[in-house]
Design a protein around this ligand. Sequence first.
Ligand code: SIN
Length: 481
Amino acid sequence: MKPYDQLLRDCILINNYWASADRRFPVMNPATGDLIAEVADADTNHVVEAIGAAAVAFETWGKTTARSRSLILKKWYQLVMQHTDALASLLTAEQGKPFTEAKGEVIYGASFIEWYAEECRRTYGETIPAPVAGKRLLTIKQPVGVVAAITPWNFPVAMITRKIAPALAAGCTVVLKPAEDTPLSALALASLAIEAGIPPGVLNVLPTSDAASIGKVLCTHPVVKKISFTGSTEVGKILMEQCASTVKRLSLELGGNAPVIVFDDADIMVAVKGTLASKYRNAGQTCVCANRIFVQQKIYPDFISRYREAVAELNVGNGATENVQIGPLINEAGINKVRRLLFDATEKGAEVITGGGTHPAGGLFFEPTIITNCNDSMLLSREEIFGPVSAIYVFNDEHEVVRLANKTEYGLAAYIFTQDINRAWRVAEQLEHGMIGINEGIISHAEAPFGGMKESGFGKEGGYYGIEEYLETKYLCIGGV
Ligand code: SIN
């Protein structure tokens, strides 16, 4: 008996009905290689059925009061919180992150449900002073309609609630396609949503091993009014093209290449702790993970020696066991990518000072690694590492480091460590990245806007910005007053 058995669902959810399918696909535990479940594999017929169910449900859900939606979302939030341990152990089993980190994700995920349960009661329109007599100008906010959410494997709970909670709160209905590697957390969350009172058709979940075909139907179907996607820039561009045929609204949270900048005047331990937190969260598999760590010349020797000590203390292993900080990577492709980038970097002169290879804990485990002597000819200065490898660069002055930090097509998160408030402002304003951590390595909160610039995408999730993505602002002009 596993702690999550009660929440384990292995079917497609359409209209609050758990449907099977002709085909099933395996969901494996990346730490042990064990099979967790064989899940019904949704095909394009299921997508059309789910969109139909969401469209019918929108007719009523879109007209319910904000308060009634708020009450259901609050109940969902409470249920998720009550099942934190079970959800976290399921998350660890299918994704690999350590149990305490998984618990943190469940609580973080739940915070979006709580926040939007509150925020939906404040989606105010406005009155606008008219430029001519006899007219009254105003705006109202209305739900955009049926929304499709396509979510990644690295945060199987939080990336779902960050999209679905504001969508449902706004009055939209949802078709969710979770990642192939981690559909079980999505299905568990949905079962709690049903228990909370989400009506049939309002939330539909399509686990699938055929992301490309399902995604294409979602993007091209005229009834779907909005796509919210978190994933790679490469896939984001394909979805964007597909959405053009119906001029669909889009939110894209895509790849990142986060610079961390440690200035000479930084508080060294704050910088070490912040960089460590940003880099090694989820074994380096987040879009906001430190990808390039720039350290100023004077502080460099001290920073390296303390950072190395801290990295050496990280415990690698199965996330279900105690005192583990680094779990496995998600799959073979993930570990091969890390190996390829590391090989390229060392060929071009990088020096491995800690780690550097697979970990004895098993095939998908990689040692927490630090490489120095990095430069921008290396592939890892351009590509997301998505693994537990710290790539360290040295820099001389502020002007140089701002140029280097911006030398990427990505623009998601960046981090600055300095005790000079003027420098913090100056550099933050110059960085072409959508989110800046200043003396802080963990920046995401339900209350704040999460999102990127440049090829990291557009649209914000979180905060009051997050619900706007699911609302139309309609302008009314009343004449003859
Ligand atoms: C991500 O990696 O896309 C999400 C990270 C976060 O929410 O902090």
